[in-house]
Design a protein around this ligand. Structure first.
Ligand code: SF4
Length: 322
């Protein structure tokens, strides 16, 4: 069995309305997501904002309760795990967030920030904890004197290194990184990406890397999932996605990164209009309202994820590939 095996995962949120704030409807933020990931691999999850990629990341580690589906993580059933079992399993996965400053308590020293997860999980005595912290701060490329300083004294890249150190202190097996470099300058982005790649090799980590940036995902991933309105519409290796692209949405995303003006990226002719509301998704293929290849069948029938002929790894959900 794969290290992480996800089958038909759904996550819906209720929409409340009326005087009594009753549930009147629901939004399906994640719908029928399935994939598998081996130990030491990186899965890049890509899509425009509002496509459900952050919700998927949080549902995978039960920060949001799944509405349906199955998650097997390192041989354990994550969906059925009791609260106490989940607390134990949670040590094995950690998150890295987009804005490290927001996730670092400004009143705590870097030492206290990195030590906090150890204390909360009652791991080691004072000396053992200090030894772990001294090791981890070097591992993320910061000097030991950083431990006695406070988050506001650091640059964005250094703060992300502190965030990474805190994520690694419990020796996790899986890291979910949600846009971890998108708030950083381009030159700093590559330093943090290189650090993550280096740490993966040294520590045997498995990554789920959530981003809207195809260049970043191409650099860091082994497998890529393209998401649109809560669904994975194409899945494959970096070569499958970039060189043997099948799905019209992936093609449009790739075309949009070739637009020279960064402000206009994502709004190229290839990808006209905005993502429809997940509260009222289009019928049939959810991409049909923006797809320049849409046919009559696309409005009425939902295309299934199917293996691309001649490939074990590559899948796409489009009638054109039938
Ligand atoms: Fe476009 Fe139809 Fe394929 Fe959807 S199923 S991506 S609408 S061609």
């Amino acid at each position: 069995m794969a290290f992480l095996e996800v089958k038909n995962l759904d996550k819906s949120f209720p929409i409340k309305g009326g005087v009594f704030q009753r549930t009147v409807s629901s939004v399906k933020a994640v719908s029928g997501v399935s994939f598998s990931l081996n130990k030491g691999e990186t899965l890049g999850i890509v899509g425009e904002s509002g496509c459900g990629k952050t919700t998927l990341g949080r549902t995978l580690v039960r920060l949001y309760e799944p509405s349906a589906g199955d998650i097997q993580f390192d041989g354990k059933d994550l969906v059925k795990a009791s609260k106490s079992a989940l607390k134990e399993i949670r040590k094995d996965f950690q998150m890295i967030f987009q804005d490290p400053f927001a996730s670092l308590n400004p009143r705590m020293s870097v030492r206290a920030i990195i030590e906090e997860p150890l204390k909360l999980n009652k791991i080691g005595d004072q000396q053992e904890r200090q030894e772990k912290i001294d090791k981890i701060i070097k591992l993320v490329g910061l000097r030991p004197d950083a431990l006695n300083r406070y988050p506001h004294e650091f640059s964005g890249g250094q703060r992300q290194r502190i965030g990474i150190a805190r994520s690694l202190i419990l020796n996790p097996k899986l890291i979910i990184a949600d846009e971890p470099v998108s708030a950083l300058d381009v030159s700093i982005q590559s330093q943090i990406l290189n650090l993550l790649v280096e740490l993966q090799k040294k520590l045997g980590l498995t990554y789920i890397f959530i981003t809207h940036d195809l260049a970043v995902v191409k650099y860091i991933s082994d497998k890529i999932a393209i998401m649109y309105l809560g669904k994975i519409v194409e899945f494959g290796s970096v070569d499958d996605i970039f060189n043997k692209t099948k799905h019209p949405y992936t093609k449009a995303l790739l075309a949009s990164i070739l637009v020279p003006d960064p402000a206009k990226r994502g709004h190229s002719e290839a990808l006209g209009g905005d993502v429809p509301s997940p509260a009222n998704p289009p019928s049939g293929c959810v991409f049909h309202t923006r797809c320049k290849f849409a046919m009559e069948v696309c409005k009425n029938k939902i295309p299934e994820m199917k293996s691309v002929a001649g490939s074990n790894s590559h899948q796409s959900a489009c009638f054109l590939n039938d």
